[in-house]
Design a protein around this ligand. Structure first.
Ligand code: GTP
Ligand code: MG
Length: 413
């Protein structure tokens, strides 16, 4: 384990400063860094040069001398010049919240896609920081002819990084294409898609497992759930059957966190698209966390960023086994559950079903006898209400979505 010193700036703009610091300690822990001390400054605004004030930098210097940590961690994303100034002044490795989150993602990534996405985000984060160093060196150079070795190296680093980013984007594109095709196939099957979303560690994967257990599927393959930040980085979709004929696809994917680095959201676009294309979102909330309201806000911010804010949503307040009093809910379409203890899972399924049916209508179709393929498709995937064999074809009554009604319009009576 590395030894780290935590530095926080309490600007009072952030009302939940204390909790943010606690979350930062968790993030550090997930990166195998032991926090040996915390230094906090109360100040309304960060400074351009060091983020914290100069006096506080001196205090930090003394603390470093006496405690000898391996690195210093700042509670917010630092600008390239702030990192440079701090490292020069303190002569120690300086990282920020963003680096921690990127590092955790890098540790957790398993699939080719996730690995490429994390590497891309890390490289994008690094690029302006390399350029920053380069700039400061060229200013020092003061007009002499050939370039110094340090500068040459930085220029090379920057070029290598640029090339790497181009290559990563290209490789990622190829992987993403495959998944897009898979998703396209899923969409054309007209089975509704339900996507789990929510703050990291809120219980999304546990809920997926509970829904898999409640499903009438024969094959039950659980997903990984674990008490750690960002246990899930890759997307997993499974078919949940409500009865013999009703079913939906359920997707579990990466969770969110406050101040999710922009580069990560960008790099994970293809993964997050799974959320964007859902018919219904299950926003899972850890109601036992005192910060749960702030976490809902943080999730909503990312949902907005990926343009998923208008998808119908059920707010699933999870982990009610850990609290004594249930809070009053402000949002409609909410439910209290415990995924771990299988509490209210059936009720949730009824709600999901109800939501999905909103977009559907019961219709009557007359399928000519030469359209047996459509009839077998319905038999396999839909709950058929009635079937009558007429002279000109099969008269079928069933529930279809708007898109399906459009698709089979010519047969509708
Ligand atoms: N007490 C209690 N613990 C729960 C409940 N649901 C989930 N947990 C625990 O919460 C932790 C996180 O659960 P996950 O399902 O991995 O959470 P997640 O939202 O998928 O997290 P990430 O994939 O990391 O974003 C695990 O230790 C679960 O056992 C619950 O209803 N009650
Ligand atoms: Mg998970």
């Amino acid at each position: 384990m590395e030894k780290g010193l935590l530095v926080g700036l309490n600007t009072e703009l952030e009302k939940d400063f204390k909790e943010s610091m606690a979350e930062l300690r968790n993030l550090a822990h997930a990166c195998h860094i032991e926090i040996i001390e915390e230094l906090i400054q109360n100040k309304s605004m960060p400074t351009n040069k060091f983020y914290i004030g100069k006096g506080k930098v001196d205090e930090l210097k003394l603390l470093i001398e006496s405690l000898e940590p391996d690195l210093v961690i700042f509670d917010n994303e630092l600008s390239p010049s702030q990192i440079r100034n701090l490292e020069k002044e303190l002569e120690i490795k300086v990282i920020d919240r963003t680096v921690l989150i990127l590092d955790i993602f890098a540790r957790r990534a398993k699939t080719t896609e996730a690995k490429l996405q994390v590497e891309l985000a890390q490289s994008e984060y690094m690029l302006p920081r390399v350029i920053g160093m380069y700039k400061s060196l060229s200013r020092q150079r003061s007009g002499t002819g050939s370039k110094g070795p340090g500068e040459q190296k930085l220029e090379l680093d920057r070029r290598l990084l640029r090339n790497k980013i181009v290559k990563l984007k290209k490789d990622l594109q190829a992987v993403v294409e495959i998944r897009r095709t898979q998703r396209q196939n899923r969409k054309s099957s007209h089975i509704p898609i339900v996507s789990l979303t929510g703050y990291t560690n809120s219980g999304k994967s546990t809920l997926m497992n509970a829904l898999i257990d409640a499903s009438t599927n024969i094959k039950k393959e659980h997903v990984l759930k674990k008490d750690m930040l960002f246990a899930t980085l890759e997307t997993k979709t499974t078919n949940i059957s409500l009865s013999d004929t009703k079913n939906f696809l359920l997707t579990d994917t990466v969770g969110f966190i406050k101040k999710l680095p922009h580069h990560l959201v960008e790099a994970f676009k293809s993964t997050l698209e799974e959320i964007t294309e859902a018919d219904l979102l299950l926003h899972v909330i850890d109601v036992s966390n005192p910060q749960y309201k702030k976490q809902i806000e943080a999730v909503d911010i990312v949902l907005k960023e990926i343009k998923a804010e208008n998808i119908p949503t059920i707010y699933v307040y999870n982990k009610i086994d850990l609290i004594d009093d249930l809070p009053l809910l402000e949002t409609e379409n909410s439910i209290f559950i415990s995924a771990e203890n299988n509490l209210n899972i059936q009720k949730l399924l009824t709600m999901i079903n109800h939501e999905l049916e909103k977009n559907t209508k019961i219709v009557q179709l007359l399928l000519p006898y030469n359209k047996g393929d459509i009839f077998s498709y319905f038999k396999k995937n839909k709950s058929i209400i009635s079937t009558t064999y007429e002279e000109t074809g099969i008269l079928v009554q069933l529930r279809l979505s708007k898109e399906e009604i459009e698709k089979y319009n010519q047969y509708i009576k």
